[in-house]
Design a protein around this ligand. Structure first.
Ligand code: TMP
Length: 242
């Protein structure tokens, strides 16, 4: 944990149930911040590195392998997402934070607590230590939780993805309700870090709220590097991390 204290960048995570609009908001915020002169890295979980993206495919596939339909245990889910996270933090997030970049991450540690903890009923304490093991104690500076009723979120998701619903999308309504309640419970226990936003209005309206909140947050945290001269030189170093 001490290792993260001197970091110059900022880690902002986006969380919510399926169809909450978080990915759209992440992309909109990235554009806005870049226009304002910030160096921004957009990334996602599970995934964010070549290896982690391959694990993501396995994690989200409805069947494992072409011919075997092997049910995935919740414990296996937790280990796979944390395996991705470990690669992602070490190879992408940590180098970016060291360079003073604003890292926008679509899902992070709270998704594991909400999905595998509240959704799958795995022990929260065990999941928290697994998260710490994967991240070396890194926690987001700010988390935006986009809250929508499950019925609305799943309907949006079906419209977006049509026949391409993944293994988690296909879970029961009750599962997604537990996940939503879990996210809200996490926000209640960490109100300074996790900000709940209503994800039901028009995306432009939600984006305006996100912009106001993040602008205020960044103006308070002066550690972010906005110097345009650092942009090219340091972002090319970031790309060479693989
Ligand atoms: P998304 O990219 O559409 O948000 O899909 C990622 C899926 O992975 C989503 O259903 C939530 C799930 N997930 C977990 O179950 N645990 C995790 O720790 C993470 C990061 C994602």
């Amino acid at each position: 944990m001490g290792k993260w204290r001197g970091r110059r960048g900022v880690l902002i995570t986006f969380e919510g149930v399926e169809g909450s609009g978080k990915s759209t908001q992440c992309a909109r915020l990235a554009k806005l911040l870049r226009e304002a002169g910030y160096r921004v890295l957009e990334t996602r979980e599970p995934g964010g590195t070549p290896l982690a993206e391959r694990i993501r495919d396995i994690f989200l596939a409805s069947t494992v392998g072409a011919k075997i339909a092997e049910p995935m245990r919740p414990e296996c889910e937790a280990l796979l997402v944390c395996a991705c996270r470990s690669q992602h933090v070490a190879h992408v997030i940590e180098p970016a934070l060291r360079e003073g970049v604003v890292v926008l991450c679509d899902r992070f540690v709270d998704s594991t607590l909400a999905y595998q903890g509240y959704g799958r009923a795995l022990d929260l304490t065990a999941l928290r230590s697994l998260n710490r093991f994967a991240t070396d104690g890194l926690m987001p500076d700010l988390t935006l939780l986009f809250d929508v009723p499950v019925r609305i979120g799943l309907a949006r998701r079906r419209r977006e993805r049509d026949t391409e619903l993944n293994r988690l999308d296909r879970e029961t309504h009750r599962f997604h309700e537990r996940v939503r309640r879990g996210f809200l419970e996490l926000a209640r226990t960490a109100p300074r870090r996790i900000k709940v936003l209503d994800g039901t209005p028009d995306p432009a309206m939600v984006a305006a709220r996100v912009a106001a909140l993040v602008t205020k947050f960044l103006s308070k945290s002066r550690k972010v590097d906005r110097s345009p001269s650092l942009k090219v030189r340091k972002s090319s170093r970031l790309r060479s991390e693989f």
